[in-house]
Design a protein around this ligand. Structure first.
Ligand code: ADP
Ligand code: ZN
Length: 604
């Protein structure tokens, strides 16, 4: 039996500066300490890293962590060293001499943690070195990379079966934030871990507030959102294409924000530079295509804004999940419109995928649209999509809970628009939503006059709704399957189901269109803290101090202290080193290194 050098709770307190384990962490750590294998499914920000870092420190020998992303690996190693843990990484970024040094340390049993790339782990020479090393555990991070169905398949991940053959008694822990059944099975099969225990945490991210709005002057909507909620915060704005990224980045820059673009058109050097800046400076907005974010572990991203729809609920959950890893209040904000839906459908149709694959992708897209249109709690909808039961009816931290949407019996409105479409859909030309709305509104546009559509019985029967309202009605009828949109020309026609509504055999309830619903102030849930003016000043002062240290040591500010730690300093105003030690995130080494400076700043 391996020797346990120190107790887990002692390490948590003294090295990481945290008081208590999160419930799952303690169980997982104890399981590993018994020498058993584990598969850990935990959302982003759930605290997966400690599950292998602490046993690696507790146990005799080195914990070998397999991680697919160089940037993440380096971040973690720097953070561990800052906390006083002896950690190294081996990847393609090192030169020969550096590698030799590290391997020496490895063989001399001087390391608690060793991060390696998957390529390195599979390397025969390295396997021979590992055989001569005392190893406490193997942690396979981002374990979903083994799955061909997932979004980050990495072939090297499929070769880790040898771990069991070469190290039959060394515990293995596989970790991922991807929860679906297929991925889970793939991981177990590939690692030959039939006997592992599976730990599944709730995938709820309670600190993220979800909201989805109808797209209408997207730039103004985005600007209002950032100005009202996130002035000088770090955030990510996702757009579908390089062109959109450039356009939106330019726009925000003109509005005075610190903005960086990220898309495939930039050189890898530029992308790396922008990513590095985003990590190391405060208050940058990254405008990016979804290619951005895979390697991003920045804990204080305060908002993720989608100006274009993601591909599926999985992508939505993953992309929004990059907000608020530190557990502080954050926003996942999205706008969408009929055009987005049509465009994404078009992409799917034009992709070279098989018909079967196209069908699956369309279904996934439709489920996402259903989420956008839901009038119920969004958190509940997300969790239920991932087959997790949400026991509450309302989370009070999504737009629909905070500001319940109105629905109404829209049968008559639906009949008006459906019969209007029906009357014109078989003409030689087909017509899109804009034209249909013009007819309903009684607008004598050039096109309306040209086709004599002012003579239709449906002309001007819809004046009681605004064009926006009609747009919303049409969009909802599309989603409910009463109207079909041609994916190439965006022209409308009615479906078989629509006949039932036209014959009054079926009723339809729709969401009432309200532009930019305002969240009522008194319903707003309390933030984790409320700062008065002095507090805000102090917080900014501490942030500045942190930035100076970070610059001097060339590392991201959050590696020194998280915002959460600074916030607690502002609230508790520690006056002695002893008080300082009680602040979350201040371990022994950080106390020594930064304690005095921060105390001085607080008590000045
Ligand atoms: P994951 O890898 O699951 O996304 P991390 O391991 O990066 O999550 O942890 C997310 C955040 O939570 C980090 O800032 C980490 O320091 C913090 N954290 C983890 N465990 C605890 C704990 N027991 N007490 C306080 N903070 C914790
Ligand atoms: Zn809710």
């Amino acid at each position: 039996m391996t020797l346990i050098k120190k107790s887990p709770i002692e390490i948590l307190n003294k090295i990481f500066g945290y008081k208590n384990f999160r419930p799952a962490q303690e169980e997982i750590i104890n399981h590993i300490l018994k020498g058993k294998d584990a598969l850990v499914l935990m959302p982003t920000g759930g605290g997966k890293s400690l599950c292998y870092q602490i046993p690696s420190i507790c146990l005799e020998g080195v914990g070998v962590v397999i991680s697919p992303l160089i940037a993440l690996m380096q971040d973690q190693v720097i953070a561990l060293r800052e906390a006083g843990v002896s950690a190294e990484f081996l990847n393609s970024s090192l030169d020969f001499n550096e590698e030799e040094e590290i391997i020496k340390k490895l063989l001399n049993n001087e390391l608690d943690l060793m991060y390696v790339s998957p390529e390195r782990l599979n390397n025969e020479n390295f396997k021979n070195i590992l055989k001569r090393t005392k190893i406490s555990l193997f942690a396979i991070d981002e374990a979903h990379c083994v799955s061909q169905w997932g979004h980050d398949f990495r072939p090297e991940y499929t070769k880790f079966r040898f771990l069991k053959e070469l190290f039959p008694t060394t515990p293995r822990i596989a970790l991922t934030a991807t929860a679906d059944d297929e991925t889970r099975e793939d991981i177990i099969k590939n690692l030959d871990m039939d006997n592992c225990r599976i730990f599944i945490s709730s995938f709820d991210r309670p600190n993220i507030r979800y909201s989805v709005q109808i797209k209408d002057k997207e730039k103004k909507q985005l600007l209002d959102f950032i100005k009202n909620e996130h002035i000088s915060d770090s955030g990510i704005v996702y757009c579908i294409s390089r062109k959109r990224v450039e356009d939106i980045a330019e726009f925000l820059k003109k509005e005075g924000f610190k903005v960086l673009p990220y898309h495939a058109g930039l050189s890898s050097k530029e992308r790396e530079l922008n990513q590095d800046k985003f990590l190391k400076e405060d208050g940058i907005i990254m405008v990016a295509t979804i290619a951005f974010g895979m390697g991003i572990d920045k804990p204080d991203v305060r908002f993720v804004a989608h100006l274009d729809l993601p591909k599926s609920m999985e992508s939505y959950y993953q992309e929004t999940g990059r907000a608020g890893r530190d557990g502080l209040a954050s926003d996942a904000w999205m706008v969408y419109g009929l055009k987005d839906i049509v465009q994404l459908n078009k992409f799917i149709n034009q992709s070279g995928a098989s018909d079967e694959q196209k069908k699956i992708e369309k279904r996934k897209l439709n489920l996402l649209i259903g989420y956008c249109e839901t009038t119920g709690c969004r958190r509940k909808a997300i969790l239920e999509y991932f087959k997790e039961k949400y026991t509450k009816d309302a989370c009070n931290n999504c737009d629909n809970c905070l500001n319940p949407p109105l629905t109404y019996d829209a049968t008559i409105d639906a009949q008006k628009v459906l019969s209007c479409i029906y009357r014109i859909q078989n003409e030689r030309f087909n017509f899109g939503a804009g034209h249909v709305i013009d007819i309903l509104e009684g607008k004598r546009s050039e096109k309306v006059l040209k086709f004599n559509h002012d003579k239709l019985s449906t002309f001007a029967i819809g004046k009681d709704n605004s064009p926006h309202q009609w747009n919303s009605i049409i969009r909802q009828l599309v989603i409910l399957g009463y109207i079909r949109v041609d994916s190439e020309y965006m022209t409308l026609s009615i479906t078989k189901e629509a006949i039932k509504i036209l014959r009054s055999e079926e009723k339809v309830n729709l969401r009432k269109y309200i532009l930019q619903p305002k969240i009522e102030k008194e319903k707003e849930i309390k933030k984790d803290y409320t700062f008065d003016n002095n507090d805000t000043q102090l917080f900014n002062k501490l942030k500045q101090l942190r930035l100076e240290f970070a610059k001097a040591e060339n590392m991201p500010p959050y590696i020194i202290f998280h915002d959460k730690t600074l916030t607690e300093m502002v609230i508790k105003k520690p006056s002695t080193m002893e008080d300082m030690k009680d602040i979350t995130g201040v371990g022994e080494r950080k106390l020594q290194k930064y304690g005095e400076a921060f105390l001085k700043a607080i008590n000045e």
